[in-house]
Design a protein around this ligand. Sequence first.
Ligand code: UDX
Ligand code: ADP
Length: 490
Amino acid sequence: MGDTVSWLDTMSIKNICCIGAGYVGGPTCSVIAYKCPEIMVTVVDLSKDRIAQWNSEHLPIFEPGLMEIVKECRGRNLFFTTDIDRGIKEAELIFISVNTPTKMYGLGKGRAADLKYIESAARRIADVAPNSKIVVEKSTVPVRAAESINNILKANLKTNINFQILSNPEFLAEGTAIQDLLNPDRVLIGGEESIDGQAAVEKLASIYKHWVSDSHIITMNTWSSELSKLAANAFLAQRISSINAMSAICEATGADVDQVSHAIGTDSRIGPKFLKASVGFGGSCFQKDVLNLVYLSECLNLPEVAAYWQQIIDINDYQRRRFANRIVEALFNTVHNKKIAILGFAFKKDTGDTRESASIYLCKYLMDEGACLTIYDPQVEKAQIFSELLHPAISEDPDRVGELVTIEDDPYKAAVGAHAVVICTEWDLFKDLDYQRMYNQMLKPAFIFDGRLILDHRALHDIGFHVETIGKRITRGRGHLVRQFAKPGL
Ligand code: UDX
Ligand code: ADP
């Protein structure tokens, strides 16, 4: 504070560098390049393979509308490279968009975010930056992470070099990332409450103002911004766990969770979004961010708050387990050596991302029971499915995974000779499959488990399927859908 003039007043942003070419950095910077043709945007990454894919016809992530934007900008003002140092040196503003997975070792294991990639990116900036920079944390980070980046950069300050650290969390959802980036509900920018801090906030805001109106750009202090991101994800996850908890009550009472969801969603104070019951939420953010909040609360000596948020995760685990138990129970209490077709492995539709997908856990529980799984997903590669299922937390015996799991590239093939079909991802194409054809090729009785409430249960029932879904009970006899009271303890 003190000065009324900032070193930022004379800075003009002509070059942006983004460290991390993943699900956040890639789409975000493609849209910035698309909307700001006068700014050079360089996305850098340690992974040669990832960068090669960004420079190819086969992008490393599947995201509707992304390829069109990349094609328009790539080579014009959008570049993908492994030359991290050059990217840093040339940029006035640097986004850090590296991964921040849940820490799997040491202090905070299983809950805290692992900041090693952020730290390494910050150290690289400190080492090679020849002049002053605005550094923006885009990755979701624990509250006060900006302070850590600041400490690293300031501890390594060279003469006449300044840094300003901003928090600018990303709210894009996978599958709708481009629309979310083009029409954001809001852009959030947190900065230091100083002349320099506010000047840096203005510089970043001026980039978004190329396509986002002033009223949608919210500025605040850095910690509020960091916490707002965690809070937004925790509130969204909480809605899903709340409706999933209701789905268990629905199954036990004969209520229909879709009807309950519709009824409460029409209350304008509640609203209709994120009230779809499911086999459980997945994705790289919800579980990680809620756990992060739990850890933060524990560290702040707020055990009641920690326990409150932990319940969101516990209900999600419960929902996945409950659905798996339901499959085993319906298949006469054993799935051993039975073929089960799993349709969908991505954590949601319109993405090839499998991180924390409910399918992984469902497959684990069914493999533990000795089921033979045939898995089909329209976007997820075979190697990716195996890499998830071979993770030591999922399976201790790689040979057994090899024996039990087959990947199919056709949903009908996956169902041939199967006892059951299980819908795990809400891909639109699953709504339009020829289920009569599938039924004809399955063992009888043929079961279908709809973990996403997307199918026409009455039509399936009329074909002859035994239909089970979440949040409603459907009986066996042909011709009628009759909801019944569940057995206690289910
Ligand atoms: C989320 C946030 O929505 C986004 O703002 C943030 O930037 C990153 O985390 P994402 O994880 O990509 O985005 O997808 P999202 O659409 O939120 O879905 C997360 C999970 O919840 C998916 O598994 C989805 O299937 C599930 N879900 C979502 C439900 O089970 N029911 C719902 O009603 C909504
Ligand atoms: P997100 O979903 O948060 O975007 P991803 O895992 O998809 O996460 O992408 C993060 C990217 O960051 C990866 O491609 C990884 O190689 C890259 N990365 C991690 N650390 C560094 C680093 N220090 N320098 C450059 N790239 C990094």
